[in-house]
Every structure is written in structure tokens, then in C-alpha cells.
Design a protein around this ligand. Structure first.
Ligand code: DGL
Length: 257
């Protein structure tokens, strides 16, 4: 039986979920969090679905074993591969996933052209294809896989010359008002949000899923009467399958992008 004082566990292939952790911590500062980044196995987005499912299930079950009262799969790729199976295996356990913010982007204006930046896996999985199908009448979607961006961000060398050159190359065809909105459909990408906005232009709306996932997590905990007491100040424990990355995780948490 989980208790109010138990931690919320947040899992990602590496650094990306920290962009979601920041939203969670801002919304629920009384909660304790465990952040697990699987940097030893990152990037996930270029692996097979089976490989990602196995890595995600192992990570989630480890965190459940540590007494997590809720799990946030702070990774679009891992959510596509493993969330449905985990919810089936653990009915009633609060499990929050991430999905590209296609809905708010599609509904943000009349018939927008929406660029969806994500990993190759997210863009080929059923979950995304079904999501896009729902809003096809409302918007035009352009999927754009950006696997290299994950590697740049994973290295912690943010805004590097190589990262900027890569972004300019892949986003080049969409500059000059060719798109109305961009969805950051990978939790690593908000670390490059400023550069993406600069290249595409100020008029382009940028959407990410972290805030929605944080709200959903709070709702699930409220419904289960598991929100932490308000007199406690929350703490964050960082874990990583590559221990040499733990300091970098802490630094990334405080990155002002
Ligand atoms: N952060 C992950 C996501 O949201 C994927 C990054 C990776 O490829 O490992 O999709």
C-alpha cells in the first residue's frame, strides 16, 4: 500500500525527462521525486520497440520496488513502446505517459501546418499515428525525426555549434513561415527550445507535453488521495544507469534555457 510520503518516480532514456521533472516539481513542490535516467542505454529512439519496452519495464519495475507511489514515463518513445502494457500489468497504479502535444497544436488556430519533431520510434508507432489521425481534419502534420538532437542534449553540451548547425539543417526547409506550429514530441527537445524558436521564427507556436503530464500526475494522485502533505518541502533524488551522469542531471535541472 503506497503512502502520501512516498516518492513520485520519473523515468526517461537519459536527460530528457528532466524537462518534465521541472514541471512536476513546480506544480507539486511538496512531493519527493526519484529521477531515473537510463543514459547507459540512450538514445532509445533508434532502437527496436521490443528493446525499448524491455528497458522501460525493467526501469519502471525497479522504481516500483523502491516504493514509488506513481510513475511518470517522461519519454514519448518509452511511452509509445511500454505504457499500455504496463497499465495492463499494474491496473490502478498511477502511470502517466508522455505523448506529442498534437491536440493543442492542431486546435491552436484554423487549419495550422504543424511540424512534429520526435524520435523515429515515436513517429512510426501506432500511438502517434492514431493521435494524428484524430486531428487530421483540423491540421496538416509534418513529421520530422531528429535523432541526432537527442545525442547533442544527452552530452550536456547545450547550444553547441554542432547542435545549432544540425538544427539549422533539418529545420531549414520550414523557415520563412512555412509552418504555424512546432510540437516538441521528445522530452529532450525543450532543452533546444530557444534555438528551435529562433530558427523557425517568433511567430511559430511551440508546444510541449511536460506541463500536461504534470497536471495529469497531480490529478491521479488527488483521486487516489496520495498527494503529499503541504507542510513538507519536496526533495529530488537523481539516479542514472551511467553513474558518471548524475552530476550532469543535477546541472540540467537548473539549466535556464
Ligand atoms: N526523451 C525521449 C522522448 O521523449 C527519447 C530520447 C531517446 O531517443 O532516447 O522521446
Amino acid at each position: 500500500m503506497n503512502k502520501k510520503s512516498d516518492p513520485i518516480a520519473v523515468i526517461d532514456s537519459g536527460m530528457g525527462g528532466i524537462t518534465v521533472l521541472r514541471k512536476l516539481y513546480r506544480l507539486m513542490p511538496n512531493e519527493n521525486f526519484i529521477y531515473f535516467g537510463d543514459s547507459a542505454n540512450a538514445p532509445y529512439g533508434v532502437k527496436t520497440t521490443d528493446e525499448i519496452r524491455e528497458l522501460t519495464v525493467d526501469g519502471v519495475e525497479m522504481l516500483m520496488g523502491m516504493g514509488a507511489k506513481a510513475i511518470v514515463i517522461a519519454c514519448n518513445t518509452a511511452t509509445s513502446a511500454a505504457a499500455a502494457g504496463l497499465r495492463e500489468k499494474y491496473p490502478g497504479y498511477p502511470i502517466v505517459g508522455l505523448e506529442p502535444a498534437v491536440k493543442p497544436a492542431a486546435l491552436s488556430m484554423e487549419q495550422p501546418i504543424v511540424l512534429v519533431l520526435a524520435t523515429p520510434l515515436t513517429l512510426r508507432e501506432k500511438k502517434y499515428l492514431k493521435l494524428v489521425e484524430r486531428f487530421e481534419g483540423e491540421a496538416t502534420f509534418i513529421p520530422l525525426p531528429a535523432p541526432e538532437l537527442v545525442r547533442f542534449i544527452e552530452s550536456g553540451n547545450l547550444d553547441s555549434k554542432e547542435e545549432i548547425e544540425y538544427l539549422e539543417k533539418i529545420l531549414g526547409p520550414y523557415t520563412g513561415n512555412k509552418v504555424d506550429a512546432v510540437v516538441l514530441g521528445c522530452t529532450h527537445f525543450p532543452f533546444a527550445r530557444r534555438q528551435i524558436q529562433r530558427i523557425l521564427g517568433d511567430e511559430v507556436l511551440v508546444f510541449e507535453g511536460g506541463k500536461g503530464a504534470a497536471r495529469q500526475c497531480k490529478r491521479l494522485l488527488e483521486n487516489a488521495d496520495l498527494l503529499a502533505e503541504e507542510d513538507q518541502q519536496g526533495r529530488i533524488q537523481f539516479m542514472n544507469s551511467d553513474e558518471s551522469k548524475i552530476e550532469l542531471c543535477k546541472k540540467m535541472f537548473f539549466y535556464k534555457g
